[in-house]
Design a binder for this molecule. Structure first.
Ligand code: FAD
Length: 425
């Protein structure tokens, strides 16, 4: 791994970035490119790079670097770019708070509890996995129930197998990738059980991680009981009805010694809450404007801490935007005020950013609530007088949609609320 430059924490930093994954490192680079002189990235782990360091499979960077990289390769590149552009990286350091005057309070192995002066800040703390507690699976509490990402860390970074016979609850990407990874290590993956009638991971992962290895995917099925005293011995699974209620009369037992839970990620937003930032109740991340600025002036956010991305390339794009505006804000330049408010309409879970300016090009990221074929993304003004339609062949909740919108498309929405619906054609 590339060693990071020792940070000198005295004096005022132009931009301090909390979290050194691809979002934080990309934002730091963009801040330097925008003219910020002193930029510091703080990461709580021993090495910066984020979750990518444990993702040893390929499939990263096709958009951003125009080649297929593994997670550590992608992380290595963004770290190297940041260091080559003079960014300071302080690892083993936890960002505790960003005070109203933008001083950052951190606790580091090297410096203890420290306050760093900054002119602008970027939040990029990533996301964490939802656990068994989040969905309250009944049954005993034996060893052998763990999240898919933790299993990935055990296998890829620590060289340990979590078990020999594994069932996976949830068809999120991490679970799918672990189904393949464990199979390649000689573990028997007995099946993936998904509550919804459709898979929750990217289609390419369904094909490359399950179908290619003959691992069964049971849709509309969930785990209703975990059995075992010391260690998991089996799980009971059951199909669910149209209201997602388990049909216990049709339940069956699946012998296994491990249950991996892959039921999604949530933004790591303790810091955002601590700062009393306005949060989006759907994404659980901060509300941001088109410059990725949060409800607090001079504090920007990007990556999984704002909303969960399936591709790191889009994280890098968002980081470029947040970092650029943070770099400019540190030099006293404010982004122009947004004049269009965005809201999620029919079959749209959320959209980010939460507002736009009719003067610039933007990428709006959104997720649908349910899959739909032959659909149309419709932008409508609040009185319904103006609409703009974009046809799409199919949409899936697992695949984030990125929608390019520009001044021509937005001209009739000036000063208005713009609603986004995804409707059947
Ligand atoms: C298992 C898995 C497989 C994936 N597979 C793919 C794939 O094949 N292709 C693809 O393109 N994308 C993939 N992704 C998605 C991609 O890796 C993520 O979208 C991306 O890593 C998110 O970047 P981030 O910087 O926002 O968050 P992270 O990478 O999570 O980085 C956040 C960083 O912030 C640090 N941090 C958190 N809180 C604090 C704090 N208070 N103080 C200091 N530091 C803090 C953390 O230690 C971490 O280093 C995958 C993700 C996972 C989890």
């Amino acid at each position: 791994m590339i060693s990071s430059k020792p940070a000198h924490l005295q004096g005022v930093y132009d931009v301090v970035v909390a979290g050194g994954g691809p979002a934080g490192l990309g934002a730091a680079l963009a801040a330097r490119e925008a003219g910020a002189e002193r930029v510091l990235v703080v990461d709580r782990e021993k090495e910066a790079g984020g979750i990518l360091l444990q993702c040893i499979h390929a499939g990263f960077g096709l958009h951003h670097f125009k080649e297929e990289l593994t997670g550590p390769e992608y992380a290595g590149r963004v770290l190297r770019e940041a260091l080559e552009h003079g960014v300071d990286v302080l690892s083993d350091a936890y960002a505790l708070d960003v005070l109203p005057d933008k001083r950052i309070k951190l606790m580091s192995a090297e410096h203890g509890v420290t306050l760093i002066e900054a002119r602008a800040a970027v939040l990029s703390m990533g996301a964490r996995e939802r656990t068994r507690a989040a969905i309250r699976i009944p049954g005993a509490r034996p060893a052998g129930v763990l999240t898919a990402g933790f299993a990935q860390r055990l296998v890829n970074l620590q060289g340990c197998l979590p078990g020999r016979r594994v069932a996976i609850l949830g068809s999120g990407d991490i679970g799918l990738i672990m189904a393949r990874r464990l199979t390649l290590e000689g573990v028997e993956v007995v099946g993936v059980f998904e509550l919804m009638p459709y898979a929750n991971g990217l289609n390419r992962n369904i094909v490359q991680c399950l179908r290619d290895f003959d691992i069964p995917l049971h849709l509309s099925t969930t785990v209703v009981q975990v059995h075992g005293r010391e260690r998991v011995e089996k799980v009971t699974v059951a199909p669910v009805d149209d209201h997602l209620k388990p049909v216990l009369s049709k339940a069956w037992d699946v012998p296994c010694d491990t249950l991996l839970v892959s039921i999604g990620l949530i933004p790591e937003n303790e810091l955002s809450r601590q700062m009393n930032l306005r949060l989006d109740p759907v994404t659980n991340g901060p509300v941001v404007n088109s410059a990725m600025e949060t409800s607090r002036d001079g504090v920007f956010a990007c990556g999984n801490v704002v909303h969960i991305h399936d591709l790191v390339d889009f994280v890098s794009a968002e980081a470029g935007l947040a970092g650029r505006w943070a770099g400019l804000a540190a030099q006293g330049r404010r982004p122009p005020e947004d004049n269009v408010r965005l809201s999620a309409g029919e079959n749209v879970g959320y959209c980010v950013p939460h507002s736009l300016s009719t003067e610039r090009e933007h990428t709006v990221y959104l997720r649908v609530r349910k899959p739909m074929e032959q659909s149309v993304i419709r932008l409508s003004s609040s009185d319904g007088r103006f609409t703009v339609d974009k046809k799409v062949r199919y949409v899936f909740p697992a695949e984030m949609i990125n929608l390019k919108v520009g001044p021509r498309m937005l001209q009739n929405f000036h000063g208005d609320a713009l609603r986004i619906d995804v409707l059947p054609r």
